[in-house]
Design a binder for this molecule. Structure first.
Ligand SMILES: Cc1cc2nc3c(=O)[nH]c(=O)nc-3n(C[C@H](O)[C@H](O)[C@H](O)COP(=O)(O)OP(=O)(O)OC[C@H]3O[C@@H](n4cnc5c(N)ncnc54)[C@H](O)[C@@H]3O)c2cc1C
Length: 382
């Protein structure tokens, strides 16, 4: 897999310019005011970023998961929170809906999600079911040609702004994925949460009160929702890793510059061995997390993704992002602790990496059980 093909180098340059011009100037405002720049998000649609994995005939750009990872990495460098909203819209919702939806659903919903006319969310988590997602209580009951949906979802990225929701609910003993629209009768939004980090990426609750859904709102097979949930998780883990790769790069960049500029005891900070130790470890861990994420990405592109490779990619990139941003603050001393410098934002944002889209503990559990299972089958450790 060649990530340096001209088309991807061009995309990276294009996204980097967009981020420098449109995102970076707003990044601190987004954090301070919990401000979601809806106009910039919609512009990302016009730039072809939102529908990057979707074929051109449905309004997408057709550059696959490599393109999506590049966008996440570049957004993560400037605004991890915009990168999170992008990931929830473009990967968790749009790509998932495209992969599992039928032709009518693709024609009706996909183009507007690609061009930014509509914003999307994925609803899995509920107040009483987070890590144990399949313990969800939301349910849909078939009544003639309609499903009647009841329940709620919480911590849903983009929910305060979204028009189209990909929602999972129980259907008897099984699960089914549905498309729910914000103007469906019986749909309502709850509060927007006030978060410690990832501010500017709106997170909210949604409620379903006897929503009547025609059967054409079922995504994939009726009662086949579990496969959709599990089928999307690996690409989701890998793509979201890149937010934290970009974040770690930014924290390291800020700390490196500061260690050159700041003098104490007549010397720039980088001459002190304890600072060198930090810089060397930050660089090494950043590079290792980046290479692990690109390795997992090539498996996604080649359709031979295994669970432990995807889970270890996000496990490590999230841990490294938190460590590197913490060390960046330490290198910058009092300056790093001040909000104006903007580096403490990266630490607060990085912490989400160990909670959202699955926690560190659950990732470790999955990696260990997958390792043992494969090992027992005689598969060697690559
Ligand atoms: C900012 C943000 C955005 C989000 N966006 C979305 C979204 O768009 N869509 C969506 O559906 N969800 C979303 N989520 C929800 C997210 O996926 C869940 O928060 C996550 O899966 C953890 O669930 P929980 O918060 O209920 O924690 P819990 O499952 O209650 O876990 C609490 C603690 O217990 C640990 N734990 C749980 N079970 C085990 C176990 N078996 N072994 C060891 N430790 C365990 C966990 O690791 C964690 O440390 C978002 C969350 C946040 C914070």
């Amino acid at each position: 897999m060649n990530f340096d093909q001209d088309i991807f180098s061009e995309l990276r340059k294009n996204v980097r310019d967009f981020v420098a011009q449109k995102v970076e100037p707003l990044a601190l405002k987004m954090d301070r005011e919990d401000y979601f720049p809806e106009d910039v998000f919609k512009e990302m649609g016009r730039m072809g970023y939102l529908g990057i994995t979707i074929p051109e005939e449905y309004g997408g750009t057709g550059l696959g998961y490599i393109g999506q990872a590049i966008i996440e990495e570049e957004l993560g460098y400037s605004s991890p929170s915009l990168a999170l909203s992008y990931g929830a819209h473009s990967n968790l919702t749009l790509d998932n809906l495209f992969r599992n939806g039928d032709r009518m659903q693709r024609e009706r919903f996909v183009p507007d999600l690609c061009n930014g006319n509509k914003i999307g969310s994925l609803g899995l988590t509920e107040p009483s079911s987070g890590s144990d997602a399949l313990a969800m209580k939301s349910s849909a009951t078939l009544s003639g040609e309609y499903y009647i949906l009841n329940g709620s979802k919480t911590y849903i990225t983009n929910a305060p702004y979204s028009d189209i929701f990909l929602v999972y609910a129980r259907t008897g003993d099984a699960y089914t994925a549905f498309i729910v629209l914000s103007d469906d009768e019986g749909f309502s939004r709850g509060k927007k949460f006030d978060k410690m980090g990832m501010r500017g990426s709106p997170t909210g609750e949604i409620f379903f009160d006897n929503i009547k859904l025609n059967r054409d709102r079922v995504v994939g097979e009726e009662n086949g929702g579990k496969n959709i949930i599990l089928g999307g998780l690996n690409s989701e883990r890998v793509i979201l890793s890149f937010i934290f790769v970009g974040l770690a790069k930014r924290a390291l960049t800020e700390a490196t510059q500061y260690s050159i500029d700041r003098k104490q005891f007549g010397e720039p900070l980088h001459r002190f061995e304890m600072i060198q130790d930090k810089l060397a470890m930050m660089y090494t861990e950043y590079r290792a997390s980046k290479l692990l994420a690109y390795d997992a990405l090539s498996s996604v592109e080649n359709n031979n993704m295994d669970l432990k490779s995807a889970a270890s990619s996000i496990l490590y990139s999230a841990i490294v992002a938190e460590r590197v941003s913490r060390e960046a603050i330490q290198i910058m001393g009092g300056n790093g602790y001040m909000k104006d410098t903007g580096v403490e934002r990266f630490l607060r944002d990085a912490i989400l990496g160990q909670i959202g889209a699955g926690t560190t503990e659950i990732r470790k559990k999955l990696i260990a059980s997958s390792l043992i299972k494969d090992f027992r089958k005689g598969r060697g450790i690559e």
